[in-house]
Write a new protein. Structure first.
Ligand SMILES: Cc1cc2nc3c(=O)[nH]c(=O)nc-3n(C[C@H](O)[C@H](O)[C@H](O)COP(=O)(O)OP(=O)(O)OC[C@H]3O[C@@H](n4cnc5c(N)ncnc54)[C@H](O)[C@@H]3O)c2cc1C
Length: 370
């Protein structure tokens, strides 16, 4: 079957959908193939935190990529709203990273120093100032680092807006269709196979999250991407507890505009197992109630589980797979796929149009861990 589309994106999570939008905006006609439903895997479980400053540990290439992507969100929100009418629910109150020990405090003060030197806003609040700014909501703290420019969105709204906007610009999304193989002619991609037949295209992008490594094996490449299970609890809240996202070691709480509070997230390496566990829920809930005691009184709305696409060095992969012309990947975003979705879309759209990206892609090359 000769497709009327010029690029096939495999995987309809936030990464595949962002690439579809940015590629369509550049004049491509992307076709997105999704095995289940759009956004039904890691993307549906994610918190939607745009935590460039709160998540990254040092001023490296990943940190700068995160800042660049986060800073695309305000324009992206306006553009998606204009094209699709859908609001991605960008919340800009900022993130409070609490210090819960003396050691923590020292590390956060060091983080404040390097982030300020990097030109970012990072404001130290002593415990008393924290309570004055955010309310007397916390267990004992050693102060907090306030990051006013780290924001959040609602993943489902972002996904819907990307899909609706990309569709208006000429992209097509096909659900319940699995890529089962890649068609090659010599060293060049000619299309993919699905249970419903073949799709002929000149460029294929593997953006299948934690499953991308399995797909790359179809053409003999062992892309080292592995699943990292994350569990989270959505709590019911009738009135907003705080407008701020609150983050500590391994646990964070996000107030959502829907009235829910998202409490995340575990990090578990246990293969493709997606079972929600009582142990995971118990750990999250007891930690959340310790950090913010008023949360202990809230009801549980739902228990979310997703498999993040991990890489050994924590960096994503962008680019062509070695030795195969026209076969690209964008994956390995681990905890930051939503944060990095806009920049990933822009990078892949540049690669497709053979435009040199303004970003040094060497640290994210597919070859680095092969
Ligand atoms: C609990 C939790 C909290 C998180 N919090 C945040 C956060 O606050 N901020 C942030 O930036 N990130 C967060 N993340 C990470 C983020 O959700 C992921 O990095 C992101 O969703 C990855 O997107 P993706 O499109 O690569 O993968 P996915 O969303 O998993 O999408 C991949 C898609 O590929 C499809 N697929 C697989 N195989 C095939 C095939 N053969 N053919 C067709 N389709 C196929 C799958 O069905 C799936 O829909 C969190 C993740 C979890 C689990």
């Amino acid at each position: 079957m000769k497709s009327t589309h010029d690029v096939c994106i495999v995987g309809g999570g936030v990464i595949g959908c962002a690439i579809a939008f940015f590629a369509a905006r550049k004049g491509f006609r992307p076709l997105v193939i999704e095995r289940n439903e759009l956004g039904s895997q890691s993307t549906q479980a994610g918190a939607g935190m745009l935590g460039a400053q709160v998540e990254m540990e040092k001023p490296d290439a990943l940190y700068r990529l995160g800042i660049a992507s986060r800073d695309m969100y305000k324009d992206l929100q306006a553009e998606l709203k204009e094209i699709s009418g859908i609001d991605i629910e960008l919340q800009t109150a900022g993130i409070l990273r609490l210090a819960v020990s003396e050691d923590d405090r020292n590390q956060l003060l060091a983080r404040q120093k390097w982030q300020t030197e990097e030109g970012q806003r990072a404001i130290w609040l002593e415990d008393e100032e924290l309570r004055k700014e955010a309310g007397d909501l916390f267990g004992s703290t050693y102060g907090a680092l306030y990051l006013p420019d780290d924001h959040q969105v609602r993943n489902q709204a972002l996904l819907q807006a990307l899909v609706a906007s990309a569709t208006k610009l000429g992209a097509k999304f096909v659900q319940h269709t699995e890529m089962t193989g890649i068609i090659l002619q010599g060293d060049t991609v000619k299309g993919i196979t699905t249970p419903h037949g073949q799709i002929a295209v000149d460029a294929v992008i593997l953006a299948a999250g934690a499953w991308t490594g399995i797909l790359s094996r179809h053409c003999g490449v062992e892309l080292p991407v592995f699943p990292v299970k994350g569990q989270a609890i959505m709590a019911e809240s009738r009135s907003p507890v705080t407008p701020f996202t609150v983050f500590t070691h391994g646990t964070y709480m996000l107030p959502k505009l829907t009235g829910h509070i998202y409490i995340g997230a575990t990090m578990e390496r246990c293969g493709f197992d997606k079972t929600p566990s009582l142990e995971g829920a118990a750990r999250l809930l007891s930690r959340a109630a310790e950090i913010m005691p008023p949360l202990g009184k809230l009801g549980v709305h739902s228990h979310l589980v997703g498999l993040r696409p991990g890489s050994e060095d924590g960096y994503p992969f962008f680019g062509e797979l070695p030795g195969i012309k026209g076969l690209y990947t964008a994956t390995g975003h681990l905890r930051n796929g939503v944060l990095l979705a806009p920049i990933t879309g822009a990078i892949l759209a540049d690669l497709l149009s053979e435009k040199v990206s303004g970003i040094d892609l060497a640290p994210f090359s597919v070859n680095r861990l092969l």
